[in-house]
Design a protein around this ligand. Structure first.
Ligand code: SF4
Length: 181
């Protein structure tokens, strides 16, 4: 991507109210099979969220998808909440803003723009649970984790903060990816 294009996109990102983000080479986005296993064994969203596994592509297809881009932006969202479940309202608001950003980037001519949202889709009070039954199919997007992205390794490779949390009172460092071309 040319410098002028990056400048133009950076302006769009900042104008849309996002101030904490970096450019990332898609080759540096780590995709790993273990992430999918963590979804299948240990996450309550598995099979219950229409934007989460097993409703997302295979790990190989996720890797191929990311390999089809030459540019991406990683957006950082630090947050502390009183109770873990309190993050859902915040996630919904952030993901709605990110979806609007994806649209602006698309309208700027980057027709492959695709968002990997900051959290699993929580746009509806009750998720349909199956991709084909999604109530807002045009608005829901998978998270990086749902696309088998090792967010820890990817963030650390970018010099961005992320740690295993031991207590809900600790600050979360959550991330979204916007694939651009
Ligand atoms: S838009 Fe609604 S039904 Fe679709 S994945 Fe999100 S929460 Fe589930």
């Amino acid at each position: 991507m040319k410098k002028a294009e990056r400048r133009e996109l950076g302006l769009i990102i900042e104008t849309m109210g996002f101030g904490d983000w970096v450019w990332i080479d898609p080759k540096d986005i780590v995709v790993a099979q273990w992430v999918r296993l963590k979804c299948a064994f240990g996450c309550a969203e598995y099979g219950r969220n229409a934007s989460c596994p097993p409703n997302t592509p295979s790990v190989k297809e996720c890797r191929d998808f990311i390999g089809g881009y030459s540019s991406a932006v990683m957006l950082h969202f630090p947050k502390t909440v009183a109770r873990p479940e309190d993050r859902h309202v915040w996630s919904r608001e952030v993901n709605s803003r990110l979806l609007a950003l994806e649209r602006e980037v698309f309208l700027a001519g980057y027709y492959k723009a695709f968002l990997l949202a900051m959290d699993s889709s929580g746009l509806c009070s009750e998720c349909a649970g199956e991709r084909s039954k999604c109530k807002l199919p045009r608005a829901s997007r998978p998270s990086p984790e749902a696309m088998a992205v090792d967010v820890f390794a990817t963030a650390r490779a970018c010099g961005l903060p992320i740690e295993v949390l031991r207590d809900p009172s600790q600050e979360m460092n959550r991330y979204a990816l916007l694939m651009i071309e």
